[in-house]
Design a protein around this ligand. Sequence first.
Ligand code: ARG
Length: 474
Amino acid sequence: MTDNASDKPQTATGGQGQAMWGGRFSAKPAELMQAINVSIGFDKRLWSQDLAGSRAHARMLISQGVIASEDGEEILKGLDAIEGEITAGAFPFRDEYEDIHMNIEARLRELIGPVAGRLHTARSRNDQVAVDFRMWVREACERSAAQLASLQKALVAQAEVYADALMPGFTHLQPAQPVTFGHHLMAYVEMFGRDASRFRDARTRMNECPLGAAALAGSPFPIDRQATAAELGFDRPTANSLDSVSARDFALEALSAATIAATHLSRLAEEIVLWTTPMFGFIKLTDAFTTGSSIMPQKKNPDAAELIRAKVGRILGSLTTLTVVMKGLPLAYSKDMQEDKVPTFEAFDALELSLLAMAGMVADLTPNTEKMAAAAGAGFSTATDLADWLVRELNMPFRDAHHVTGSAVKAAETKGVDLAELALADLQAIEPRITSEVYTVLTPAASAASRISYGGTAPTQVRAQIARWKELLG
Ligand code: ARG
């Protein structure tokens, strides 16, 4: 600290404050210290995990003879009382006790006296927060997977109703080939199925219990880490005490899965936004999932879809935040890691809301099947069917068939008609061997029905996938 530092105003945010005003202005740094250090405002969300961890730890200490069972019973009763206070909204969350762990411990001491101090034997806040947060993230993964399954069910239900409903399939957002609405919806069922399985995989990997690692090096007390791990629903204890208190990759992995799921949600949201425009007019949402405009009386806006489309920003932001927080941290615990919670909570709040709203919107939507079917035939979308017919019936090499079809499209375009509306003479002028049989493949319905390869858009295939998912989703 240079002398110059004292020329600068001693504001609450002055970076050089601490060393300078330490002796004379003891009150201010203390307030600032508390302001930057306090986490109870957000980590109170870990209260139930913290109580579960404390109960498991207390029971283990009793059965290992580390604390007397009378003391342990007092502690367990005190923890029950605290749970009652919290659920009744009567628990005093206090900034002066910094975080959820010390708030609960301080309250325990108020309720049962100094015996409360025995709970922290063979434990540190470092393994305590590690186990609490891991349990919270584990539950978030379970909830997300369950909500993804609900969304999939909503999609499957609509897909079943509209397994034959024709719509244009797009590439480059240009009409490509006819597909069915059911097929399109089932594409999202696949995506959300992978998302759910990512959450399940992450859960499997994170399901090791860090409790008992204590501050960083383990404990000299005869603790039973297998017992606490089992009681808290973990598959096993973590195998390295340093890793136990410094690992947050479980949260990074969960946030990665959340980001990918949010990306998928945003794609479906974007399609809903497009489809509800009068220009597309493919689907309608009811008043339940639209809002009006304060100035333009005709408007019905798909706000929920737009917000879901946007939430991915917040979720990816959380992944970025925690990645940067963790990058370059030396082992083991550092207070930086307290910054893991807000982004993680925020991301999962956003994801869960998006999943619920999307499931609601999917159930709410009604397609305009006539408009979709009409659009399915536009843009010469059965051109590939003509080319395939030439290959099949005239034994033409596909490249030649592609060329002939291109000429047919050009002729149709010049005449301002669809491919199916071209006269046979016009087609024969391009390729004399074409017969009137060709017209059977030029309708969108025939085109879709012909795509019977596994996973194709033929309604038979779509129905097979619907049946498979109904079985899987139960
Ligand atoms: N509130 C802290 C956190 O969220 C708990 C662990 C604090 N440990 C410590 N040694 N200061 O990370």
